[in-house]
Design a protein around this ligand. Structure first.
Ligand code: FPP
Length: 278
């Protein structure tokens, strides 16, 4: 098992401690890492240079999340739609992702990070599938941050696959149609067992979900920054968390209900435990 995240130091540590004491650290953060191409274009560099600098942003974000005690970080690294990009960019991106996995897994492991992947993994180049499986296996017993890479992923793909599995269960007489509810559907998604994201961060200013975790983002707080992904570092992450801590998450209820307490805690906690929406 890995050793645990290398601790923050100096001013950075103080900022992290402030965030931890002023409010709740989101349990699950999801990120749409956008703007690599624009970042490179602004610098008259090839697009791949933007993706490459984006790996540095991933490294810093993963480290900061681990130190803060975030439990899940889901990164939209390659969407189903990204396959439609020019062949050369797709193949360079695949090579970059493979390189990043090879270079970073030991560091992830030493920081007690557990690597997971969601998406149409068999669609990836074989070498990448093998590397992923090896890295997932190596880090499987780690108990710190769960780093989930969304690769060849889209929300509609996820829902389509879930529907196929539910139908198979019905046809095999394992499930009756009247038993199909939100909990059952969630248990057939690629994120089964993972709590829904509390916070979605999107870089580069676009106001879209772009076919990311369509089901799972139902009640997620959204933070958009104009920064391109390669310029995103832990300072922006801290800003996003500070903003999240100011939001009131009502999950369709009214403010007064959130304040009322009962035997088992407030209504909100009961709602979250029940796993179903109002
Ligand atoms: C979006 O920018 C970014 C991607 C499609 C790829 C994201 C991949 C990385 C950051 C590589 C590292 C990832 C990991 C997990 C190690 P864009 O190309 O759409 O930018 P644009 O909208 O400005 O063209």
């Amino acid at each position: 098992m890995g050793q645990g995240p290398q601790q923050a130091t100096g001013e950075d540590k103080k900022v992290q401690e402030t965030l931890q004491s002023t409010g709740e650290i989101p349990q699950h953060i999801a990120i749409i890492m956008d703007g690599n191409g624009r970042w490179a274009k602004q610098r008259a560099m090839p697009r791949i240079a933007g993706h490459s600098e984006g790996v540095e942003s991933v490294r810093d974000t993963v480290e900061a999340c681990g130190q803060l005690g975030v439990k899940y970080l889901t990164l939209y690294a390659f969407s189903t739609e990204n396959w439609k990009r020019p062949q050369e960019e797709v193949s360079l991106l695949m090579r970059l992702l493979l390189r990043a996995l090879k270079d970073e897994t030991d560091r992830l492991h030493n920081n007690n990070v557990r690597l997971q992947a969601i998406g149409d993994i068999p669609a990836l180049p074989l070498e990448m599938q093998n590397e992923l499986m090896e890295d997932i296996q190596k880090t499987k017993d780690n108990t710190g941050l769960n780093l989930i890479l969304a690769l060849s992923y889209s929300g509609r793909w996820d829902l389509t696959e879930a529907v196929k599995r539910v139908v198979c269960d019905v046809q095999a007489n394992n499930v009756e149609v009247k038993q199909i509810d939100e909990k059952l559907i969630a248990s057939h998604l690629s994120t089964a067992g993972v709590p829904d994201p509390d916070l979605l961060i999107r870089t580069s200013g676009e106001l879209r979900i772009s076919n990311f975790l369509l089901w799972q983002l139902a009640y997620t707080e959204i933070f958009i920054t104009r920064k391109h992904w390669p310029s995103f570092r832990r300072d922006e992450l801290y800003q996003a968390i500070a903003e999240y801590q100011k939001r009131e998450r009502r999950f369709g209820m009214v403010t007064e209900q959130l304040k009322k307490t009962s035997g088992q805690g407030n209504y909100l906690n009961q709602f979250l435990k029940s796993g179903t929406g109002p």
